[in-house]
Design a protein around this ligand. Structure first.
Ligand SMILES: [Zn+2]
Length: 493
């Protein structure tokens, strides 16, 4: 892990903090924006290094802080996570150009504690998205929005999450640094030097959460599950609604940790006092199939459209309140258990966004007789076709029967098969009944079952000259024998 610094400047403390006072004095004038300021680690780090060998300290800037009391109003409710990929340094490289000035101004990239060219984050976009989600979850209880969209000239707190400490004036022992003044520093920029360890999501999340909270006036505390701690384990941390000793090495250890006047801190309540509770925006859910109060066939399909401004984390199907299955990505389509009894059942889709906000939608349906043909399915929803008495999504639905696929996860059935260099979503079928819809044949899967494949003959798993050629459903691992089953019109009437 890395070190966090919160630079807290109080004039009264400058004398006791020695070199920190010097830093504060330097902060009074604007220097060459491209010249890194140099802090020696000993002068700024409050407390010893964490178990990972790095320090998450803070620097007292001495600037006036807007100390927010309970019920007060912060200068902004936006925390901008900036990985500096979208900005340019003075050399034209991707990164943030930070100007050292007398105060903090996130709208002009001015910092009272740091200056220089901070290189863009070197991790992948996938890892970055995971880090952003983690920070969102960490701040989810509070009335502050975590965004990766630059707010421009609108007031905002900014967490630069990029580069290395030496690029803006700190030693490599510093994982993060923030200005600190026992209260809120509006428009503050905090620094989390993610390129020291760009692939560790929990580590980055911990550093960003701690540094950003330092700018809100939060101190270090001796609670391992809280991001304000120096204790490495557990690696996943959230603000805890629990009073804990302030300090990094023990209660008020070292003594400077308690210079804001308190000896205990409840980070959760403190943030709640500042920002108030969050206003949850649960996912929006529309159950497309089946239609409410419709008669459905055994094993019926449930399709839902789920959207959320913060991103959908997962979507669950429940029948009569019992969880059946969970999906992490679209298409959000499920098969109900084929064993449901005839009669009325409650179908619920429950979805969570990346902040953990929950949304639900429920309809009731009546399980009736199996379908005999596509017409029997039309009452349940659009583009449904009859396979073995079940109504399943057809080729006009993404992931439906006969649609093209590259992986089983793209198919609602979870089956993607290959024939004649085409990959298509298939459904299991009963060969003896040849129970595929019009336009499909039930071809053997070589393992005693069948798969519905589009159109006029041929065989699944045969080469073009008719000789057997084992193939397999993509990802399914089952060899397909080249057995063509002649399609018979199915009739259960
Ligand atoms: Zn810290």
């Amino acid at each position: 892990m890395k070190k966090h610094f919160a630079l807290a400047v109080t004039v009264a403390l400058a004398s006791t903090l020695g070199a920190v006072g010097t830093a504060a004095a330097q902060a009074g004038g604007v220097s060459d924006p491209d010249e890194p300021i140099v802090f020696t680690e000993a002068s700024e780090v409050i407390g010893a290094a964490a178990a990972d060998g790095r320090v998450r300290g803070f620097i007292y800037t001495g600037e006036p802080a807007d100390v927010v009391i309970a019920g007060g109003t912060p200068g902004s409710r936006i925390l901008y996570l900036n990985n500096c990929k979208g900005e340019t340094t003075s050399t034209g490289a991707a990164g943030c150009r930070v100007t050292r000035g007398g105060s903090n101004n996130s709208t002009t990239n001015t910092s009272s504690i740091a200056g220089g060219n901070l290189a863009a984050y070197t991790g992948s976009d996938t890892t970055w998205n995971s880090i952003v989600n983690c920070v969102r979850q960490t701040y989810a209880p509070f009335g502050i929005t975590i965004t990766t969209t630059n707010p421009g000239t609108a007031p905002h707190y900014e967490a630069m999450a990029a580069g290395t400490p030496t690029q803006v004036g700190f030693s490599n022992g510093v994982a993060g640094v923030a200005p600190f003044s026992c209260g809120i520093i509006n428009n503050a920029i905090t620094f989390s030097f993610l390129n020291l360890n760009p692939s560790d999501v929990n580590d980055a999340c911990w550093t960003i959460a701690q540094e950003s909270a330092h700018a809100f006036g939060l101190s270090h505390e001796m609670l391992a599950a809280d991001p304000m701690t120096y204790i490495s384990n557990p690696p996943s941390k959230r603000f805890q609604n629990q009073s804990a000793c302030i300090g990094t090495q023990g209660c008020c250890q070292p003594q400077q940790e308690c210079q804001c006047g308190q000896t205990m801190q409840n980070s959760y309540q403190r943030l709640l006092d500042i920002f108030g509770p969050s206003n949850p925006t649960p996912p929006t859910i529309v159950i497309e199939t089946p239609l409410a109060n419709s008669q459905v066939t055994p094993g019926f399909v449930v399709r839902a459209t789920v959207t959320d401004d913060q991103g959908v984390d997962n979507v669950q199907l429940l029948i009569d309140g019992a969880a059946i299955a969970t999906l992490q990505s679209p298409p959000f389509a499920f098969n109900a258990p084929p064993t449901l009894t005839m009669g009325t059942h409650m179908v619920t889709i429950r979805a969570y966004d990346s902040n953990g906000s929950e949304g639900t939608a429920t309809i009731s349906v009546i399980v009736g007789d199996p379908c005999n043909d596509n017409d029997d399915c039309s009452a349940q929803g659009a583009d449904l076709v009859c396979v073995d008495g079940r109504c399943v999504p057809g080729a006009n639905t993404p992931g439906g029967l006969g649609s093209t696929c590259n992986a089983p996860t793209e198919c609602i059935s979870g089956l993607c098969a290959t024939k004649d260099d085409e990959n298509r979503c298939v459904e299991s079928c009963d060969i003896a009944a040849d129970a595929c819809p019009d336009g499909f044949d039930c071809l053997s899967n070589g393992a005693g079952g069948g798969l519905c494949w589009p159109g006029g003959g041929g065989c699944l798993g045969c080469s073009t000259d008719g000789s057997p050629e084992p193939t397999l459903p993509i990802g399914a691992g089952l060899l397909l024998a080249a057995v063509l089953v002649r399609r018979r019109r199915r009739n259960r009437a």
